[in-house]
Design a protein around this ligand. Structure first.
Ligand SMILES: Cc1cc2nc3c(=O)[nH]c(=O)nc-3n(C[C@H](O)[C@H](O)[C@H](O)COP(=O)(O)OP(=O)(O)OC[C@H]3O[C@@H](n4cnc5c(N)ncnc54)[C@H](O)[C@@H]3O)c2cc1C
Ligand code: FES
Length: 367
């Protein structure tokens, strides 16, 4: 009886092993697509090895499509037109695409696999995005959970960007995190500085990249990033400006203000910065100092939950009610918002109620 059971177990194990082997071989064979071509904008033709996502295949060719979520299919930044060869639309793409986008062959580059010859269309500006190597030059603790980190470019590299744009940082493996991840961070330094950039990074509990930055990165470490990305930058008009930021959302606004200091402006600007308590405020003196630089600028910090020991005599609660006094002519006002998705949607709704045109509300959502 026991011999029979043992024989059956051995037989089942052998069958299981053979099936697993067949699956591995089939997988290898099926995903071996050989050399395929990617035609870009009808102008360039790349010969690549098939089998990987469009996002990483292009990245291997030094063509960097924005991918703020690092290819997890949650940000939608990697949208591009796939004219042919992209295969059927995947369920992972649908939640981030509108009906119009689906109808006009817009796809998520991080989900589409390159399996056969493929024709794509991407903005020409993407060819300006480059990969940079840097050394960590300075780390400043702005608050208990926000650091400012300066990256000095190496090998004589220099970066051209518009104030407000972002880069994508590549983290390194640490502890249980075995792979690098890619995350988006707005540049907080001015574009006039071309040999270094500063980022302002808030620690997200259990966040892979921010834990690496806050707990593992040291001055002197080598760090890579790509950029510049994004269309969150100051429009060259005479309109009044409302800046609204929370937490590390201060980063791109700092870059814009430092840039305006360089080039000069007469525009009327009000900057609302929302924080929970006094210990969440940072760079306050630097922001207040802009009131002396510009003829028409006011910095307005607003605390949502001031503590008794904060002795806070400034504005409290939500930032939205204070917009009333700052908006002179809603039809001639642009708004620049940066912070959490919740803050962006609440502030956008409020600004529209105040009469600001939706297409004059620019934002980067840090979600
Ligand atoms: C355009 C843009 C600009 C940005 N600029 C800045 C900036 O200047 N400064 C800044 O601090 N941030 C910025 N961000 C946010 C930044 O890109 C990261 O999203 C953020 O730092 C968190 O990254 P992380 O790797 O530490 O966290 P992640 O590892 O991505 O995790 C984020 C959260 O999700 C949770 N999580 C992770 N994976 C899962 C899962 N599978 N299921 C459920 N929960 C999960 C984690 O526990 C954590 O709470 C920006 C984002 C965008 C899109
Ligand atoms: S990279 Fe974020 S959805 Fe594709």
């Amino acid at each position: 009886m026991i011999t029979r059971i043992l024989t059956d177990v051995a037989l089942m194990s052998a069958i299981g092993g053979i099936l697993a082997l067949i699956m591995v071989i089939a997988q290898r064979w099926l995903s071996n697509y050989g050399e395929v071509s990617i035609n870009i904008n009808g102008k360039r033709e790349l010969k690549v090895t098939g089998g990987n996502t469009l996002l990483s295949t292009l990245s291997d060719q030094q063509i960097f499509i924005p991918s703020a979520c690092g290819g997890r299919g949650s940000c939608g930044a990697c949208k591009c037109k796939v004219e042919s060869g992209g295969g059927p639309l995947l369920p992972t793409e649908r939640p981030l695409l509108t009906k119009e986008e689906m109808a006009s062959n817009v796809r998520l580059a991080c989900q589409v696999k390159v399996k056969s010859d493929i024709h794509i269309h991407i903005p020409e500006s993407i060819f300006n995005i480059r990969r940079f190597n840097s050394v960590v030059e300075e780390i400043i603790d702005y608050t208990y959970d926000i650091k400012g980190i300066t990256f000095k470019l190496i090998e004589g590299q220099s970066i051209d960007f518009k104030a407000g744009q972002y880069v994508q940082l590549e983290s390194q493996p640490y502890e249980k995190i075995k792979d690098k991840v890619i995350r988006a961070y707005s540049i907080s330094s001015k574009p006039e500085l071309k040999d270094r950039i500063q980022l302002i990074i808030r620690q997200v509990p259990d966040g892979i990249c921010t834990t690496w930055v806050h707990k593992h990165v040291k001055v002197g470490d080598k760090v890579n990033f790509t950029g510049p990305y994004g269309d969150f930058y100051l429009r060259d008009t005479e309109a009044d400006i409302l800046f609204v930021a929370g937490g590390s959302g201060k980063a791109p606004i700092k870059s814009i203000l430092e840039h305006l200091k360089e080039v000069g402006t007469e525009r009327r600007m009000t900057y609302f910065f929302g924080a929970r308590t006094r210990k969440d405020l940072y760079l306050s003196e630097e922001m207040q100092a802009f009131e002396k630089v510009f003829t028409q600028f006011e910095y307005v910090p607003v605390l949502s939950h001031p503590e008794t020991e904060d002795n806070w005599t400034g504005k409290t609660g939500f930032v939205m009610p204070y917009f009333k006094d700052a908006i002179r002519d809603p039809k001639n006002t642009e708004a620049y918002l940066c912070g959490s998705p919740g803050m962006i949607s609440a502030v956008t709704k409020s600004l529209k109620e105040y009469g600001i045109y939706e297409d004059k509300i620019y934002y980067d959502s840090f979600g």
